[in-house]
Design a protein around this ligand. Structure first.
Ligand SMILES: [Zn+2]
Length: 489
């Protein structure tokens, strides 16, 4: 049953953990009592304390960061819409001891916070460490910029060639997407995703599983795109596999003609025609994943109906505007298919994710040169980096996790804490902890709904062991002051 459309103050039913906005706020949002990190999250470890003297996470009782998210219940009923966004919590939460969030536009919490922590003056050990990490990460920007120059050159060359060599792809274009373009690219300046987009007039979408994210595509009668008919499979479905195969052949031929650079196409894995370019840039290599994307001017499918609950954060109008943009589908094998035929496509919202990251403030001027500064992007960068570092250390155990999990949790956090003052730049340590606390809560429940497709859980229960593993590692890092931030791989 579709959830009701969110009304003012009533988004709780859509929250990823089935909780209540206000419950989270009362337990995890800044308040004079807990803003230094004493509750609900455990205090970060003191870096000066030798790690071996500190009991491990299993050895001593300690507050549970994920417990900050209120009573653990399976899918509580959505609370009735409340006309007072800051009012007593519905759905089982307690009334807030101090109201962390006034009605929209209220300035009081910000003023309180600023008095306690002037801009940039937060001097907790954790805050200092986080700022040190951020400044180190921003040093890599020149590398990213050099690498992206090379990637641009290669991709422009290839697009010209693809267009001219195969009429099926004559309309192909490049769509800027992925983290570099969102300006949150972090430790790897040498990995890029490039979306190559083809416009298609109209497609029939049929869900191929219950995630609501993967589809089979067929053409309506008499499609305009006759040149795509050769890519249909025996079930008349548009085959991502066949299209990628054709594209791959052209690209393989064409990379030889690129001057001044050594470019190759990575050998494909069995059964997958995914295209990865390797560009030599001594002493390393830049890898570029080519993502074949279809752009269709039609309304978003029903599975997205209750997603993108940004009304309280970016506003109802912005949500409407986003939902009116085209639909993007990327060639992506659904691994749950019994027989891998390479004919499934997955919805992609990267263009909207990019727009939300760039225009992330409730006020239009957030983080503009003359506007107030927030720490949303810093928090995202830090958690991405934390996951990347942990993946370096535990590659196999954390294989199931990628930056998209972190990004999804980030967007949910932006919805839970929608005000710019909830992310005041001077509160970096506190904001990072509450975002991290929410992520841990998701891991604990193995429940992280796709931001645009709420019924699609990105942390399936089948992967519970992985979630538990990551939960333990992050808790361990947290309790010891994030030693992994100092490691160099
Ligand atoms: Zn901002």
């Amino acid at each position: 049953m579709p959830l009701p459309d969110a009304t003012e103050g009533g988004v709780a039913g859509h929250l990823p953990w089935g909780g209540d906005t206000r419950t989270a706020l009362t337990t995890a949002a800044p308040s004079p009592r807990n803003r230094r990190g004493s509750a609900p999250l455990p205090a970060p470890g003191r870096p000066e304390a030798p790690a071996e003297n500190r009991p491990g996470p299993a050895a001593r009782p300690r507050p549970d960061p994920a417990a900050a998210y209120g009573p653990r219940r399976e899918r509580p009923p959505p609370p009735p819409p409340s006309p007072l966004p800051g009012g007593p919590a519905a759905g089982g939460g307690e009334a807030p001891p101090t109201l962390p969030r006034g009605p929209p536009g209220s300035r009081a919490p910000a003023a309180r916070r600023r008095a306690a922590a002037p801009d940039g003056a937060a001097a907790t050990p954790l805050a200092l460490r986080l700022r040190e990490v951020l400044s180190r990460l921003s040093l890599g920007r020149q590398d990213v910029s050099d690498a992206s120059g090379m990637v641009n050159q290669v991709v422009s060359h290839l697009i010209q060639a693809i267009r001219s060599q195969d009429s099926s792809f004559s309309s192909i274009e490049r769509l800027g997407a992925g983290s570099y373009y969102e300006h949150v690219k972090i430790s790897e300046p040498n990995e890029f995703d490039i979306m190559l987009v083809m416009r298609v007039e109209r497609l029939q979408l049929d869900e191929c599983d219950e995630t609501g994210a993967y589809y089979y595509l067929t053409f309506k009668r008499n499609p305009k795109e006759k040149y795509l008919l050769k890519f249909l499979d025996e079930d008349k479905r548009l085959s991502a596999f066949k299209m990628l195969q054709a594209l791959r052949e052209i690209i393989k031929r064409e990379v030889r003609n690129i001057e001044n650079m050594e470019v190759s196409v990575k050998r494909k894995k069995a059964g997958s025609p995914a295209i990865t370019l390797l560009i030599k840039k001594p002493p390393a290599e830049i890898s570029v994943d080519i993502i074949l994307t279809l752009e269709v001017q039609q309304s978003w499918p029903p599975s997205t109906q209750d997603g993108l609950r940004i009304e309280q954060w970016l506003g109802r109008k912005v949500r409407g505007k986003f939902r009116n943009t085209a639909l993007y589908l990327v060639a992506k094998q659904n691994k749950n298919e019994k027989v891998l035929k390479g004919n499934t496509w997955r919805l992609s919202f990267s263009h909207i994710e990019k727009a939300m990251l760039n225009d992330h403030g409730r006020s239009k001027t957030c983080c503009e040169s003359d506007g107030p500064k927030c720490c949303r992007k810093s928090c995202l960068k830090l958690l991405k980096y934390l996951l990347e570092q942990l993946k370096m250390e535990y590659t196999k155990e954390l294989d199931k996790f990628c930056s998209y999990h972190v990004k999804t949790a980030f967007f949910h956090s932006c919805v839970m804490w929608p005000n710019d003052t909830d992310w005041h730049v001077g509160d970096l340590d506190h904001c990072f902890q509450k975002y991290l606390g929410y992520f841990l809560h998701c891991l604990q429940k193995s429940q992280l709904p796709h931001f645009f497709i709420p019924k699609y859980n990105l942390l399936s229960l089948e992967d519970k062991a992985s979630s538990d593993f990551l939960l333990r590692q992050i808790n361990n890092e947290f309790n010891n002051g994030f030693p992994i931030f100092q490691k160099r791989y």
